[in-house]
Write a protein that binds this ligand. Structure first.
Ligand code: DP6
Length: 388
């Protein structure tokens, strides 16, 4: 019996991946760059177990059994086993021939629309690689589960290279800098209340590739320059430039979504109110202190430096008051309360919004990549290979 349990992080892109050049291999039209968030606050956790006694592959996601006959999952399983076989002495009875039971859960609500597939596939592939003794780069395998998952295999600041090979072999992620490089960097995730059913990233980007002229312009003219510039900003810890590019790239990505026909509307009125607040906050501060970025949903991810967190959180709590005072509005790394002058609030020039537009805030930081949890109590499967 072989059993492995791992956790893998969420990543938030600052140069967005949007559009594929190959739907089957999940090859992107452009490079993208992200920061990997700490697994302390948000992670996917997966236990994989292989046994000669198992009759078939099985999968449980967040407590529910799901089919394994899903093309993306199969892509990952088949590729891992193919690579495992290459390294194995016993190609007939070796572990690569054993079926696997997979049990996975997120410690954050998937309903919150946070990047759960990236952490999920990164965790699955990382755990399977341990189980089947696969070494070398595995980001290209996670990519075949969900494109953005390849970036969650590394900690710190990560680049996913679009690559040019037809078989996708050079479309992999590499680390630009470890999380220790810019230890002051913080992330605030603002979970926005929303009831709309969202268009998935996969079908949304497929339609953008078909219909958006702006996407072509973005890919050929904007992303290459921005990628080089933001890498320099990350390496030299130039927050101003980092923030500027992050916001512009998020705005352009959503402009592409609106240029898609019919349009993909991911941001809502609360998202736009957050954008207004951040610009007003930066101009009242006389400097770019905070950057926003939005994925394919209404939630905001804010990048800022540690020393700015107490002030920003205090402003957010005044402008976006919680539904009721009792709720745990701020989750994650604790924040010291800071009184903000009425003068500063006045210079922001924004009235407090109605209560409850935000569900809660998660305060987190940049962190390392996936990790193995070696103590048996972490396993999500029993010795018989069933969910605990
Ligand atoms: C807006 O990786 O979820 O978050 O490859 O089809 O699974 P698939 O899409 P996915 O797309 C993520 C898009 C994004 C931007 C980003 O993370 O770069």
């Amino acid at each position: 019996m072989n059993i492995i349990t791992c956790v893998a992080p969420v990543n938030i892109a600052v140069i967005k991946y949007w559009g594929k050049r190959d739907e089957k291999l999940l090859l992107p039209l452009n490079d993208s760059i992200s920061a990997t968030l700490s697994v302390q606050q948000m992670h996917a956790k997966t236990t994989v177990m292989a046994s000669p006694g198992f009759k078939e592959d099985k999968l449980w996601l967040n407590g529910k059994e799901e089919t394994v006959h899903n093309q993306r999952l199969q892509n990952c399983l088949q590729e891992i086993r193919r690579r495992a076989k290459q390294n194995e002495d016993d190609k007939v009875n070796g572990v690569s021939n054993w079926y696997a039971h997979i049990c996975s859960e997120n410690n954050f609500p998937t309903a919150a629309g946070l990047a759960s597939s990236a952490a999920g596939y990164a965790c699955l592939v990382y755990a399977l690689a341990q189980l089947y003794n696969v070494t070398g780069d595995i980001s290209g395998i996670a990519r075949q589960g969900s494109g953005s998952a390849c970036r969650s295999l590394y900690g710190g600041f990560v680049r996913w290279h679009q690559g040019s090979a037809c078989d996708g072999s050079d479309s992999i992620a590499t680390q630009l800098a470890p999380h220790s490089h810019w230890p002051e960097m913080r992330i605030l995730v603002l979970v926005v209340s929303d009831k709309r059913k969202k268009v998935s990233s996969s079908s949304g980007m497929q339609n953008s590739v078909k219909t958006s002229e702006l996407l072509k312009y973005r890919v050929s003219h904007c992303v290459p320059k921005r990628t080089e510039a933001i890498i320099k900003a990350i390496i030299s810890k130039d927050f101003d430039t980092f923030a500027d590019i992050t916001m512009k790239d998020s705005n352009q990505f959503h402009a592409v979504c609106l240029d898609t026909f019919p349009p993909n509307v991911y941001m809502n009125d609360t998202s736009h109110a957050i954008v207004n607040l951040i610009h007003a906050y930066n101009s009242a501060s006389g400097k770019t202190k905070v950057a926003y970025t939005f994925d394919a949903g209404p939630n905001a991810c804010l990048y800022l430096l540690e020393h700015e967190v107490p002030k920003l959180v205090s402003v957010i709590c005044q402008i976006f008051p919680p539904e009721n005072e009792g709720v745990q509005y701020l989750q994650g790394i604790p924040v010291e309360k800071q009184a903000v002058s009425q003068e500063f609030i006045a210079s922001i020039g924004m009235e407090p919004q109605q209560r409850g537009l935000l569900k809660y805030l998660i305060h987190t930081e940049v962190g390392p990549g996936p990790q193995i949890l070696s103590e048996p109590h972490h396993h999500l499967l029993t010795e018989a290979g069933l969910p605990k």
